[in-house]
Design a binder for this molecule. Structure first.
Ligand code: IMP
Ligand code: MG
Length: 198
């Protein structure tokens, strides 16, 4: 029988989001970024992150898709576009996960046509082993995870499991779960703190 196993618990998610919010707040001092939530997957991350960002900002929402089930179709559809004019604005895309990178690369091209001043990318999760498109790299990353299909905290499998409060994966009894690299997370935290100090 399939089981759901926790990869990253709520406390670890919350602590890391506070670190990211500190870093983003520092980087955007004196600016008024447009914070863009990519629905539906980033919804939980976006609300938890943006309420901790303490620079003036505007929020907006987009919906794009390239996935069916657990497979990327490789084609990006804009299902809901921005309602804000981002011309000459600093844009921060907030996304749940970068996997192949195809979705975000397509999104990036779409937003560039609107002539923003800058576009940066914040992802909660990065699965670098699966990358196919190298056009775009995250400026802010919550956690680097192994090549597993993850659910919860906004992430779905065919629209299910989004409301699980932690980041989990579906595993069978015989399936050895891959531990996320705790040292890597610690290194990221130290790097973030350095960025704030300098
Ligand atoms: P990419 O185009 O392969 O980078 O895929 C990005 C999108 O695929 C994300 O915005 C997610 O919606 C979805 N996705 C990729 N990996 C996962 C996963 O492990 N769990 C749930 N959704 C995923
Ligand atoms: Mg998504």
């Amino acid at each position: 029988m399939d089981k759901i196993k926790t990869l990253i618990d709520e406390e670890t998610i919350n602590n890391r989001i506070q670190e990211l919010a500190n870093e983003i707040s520092f980087d955007y001092i004196g600016k008024e970024p447009v914070l863009v939530c990519i629905l539906k997957g980033a919804s939980y991350f976006f609300t938890d992150l943006t309420r901790r960002i303490n620079t003036d900002s505007v929020i907006d929402f987009m919906r794009i898709s390239s996935y069916e089930g657990d497979k990327s179709t490789g084609k990006v559809n804009i299902k809901l576009d921005l309602s804000t004019d981002i011309k000459d604005k600093d844009v921060l895309i907030v996304e749940d996960i970068i996997d192949t990178g195809i979705t975000l690369s397509g999104l990036y091209d779409h937003l560039l046509e609107k002539n923003p001043k800058s576009i940066k990318l914040c992802v909660l999760l990065d699965k670098p082993e699966r990358r196919e498109s190298f056009d775009i790299t995250p400026d802010y990353t919550g956690f680097v995870i192994p090549n597993r299909f993850v659910i919860g905290y906004g992430l779905d499998y065919d629209e299910r499991y989004r409301n699980i409060p932690n980041i989990s994966c579906i595993t069978s009894d015989s399936d050895e779960i891959m531990e996320i690299d705790r040292n890597n997370i610690k290194k990221q935290l130290i790097k973030t703190k350095k960025n704030i100090l300098h």
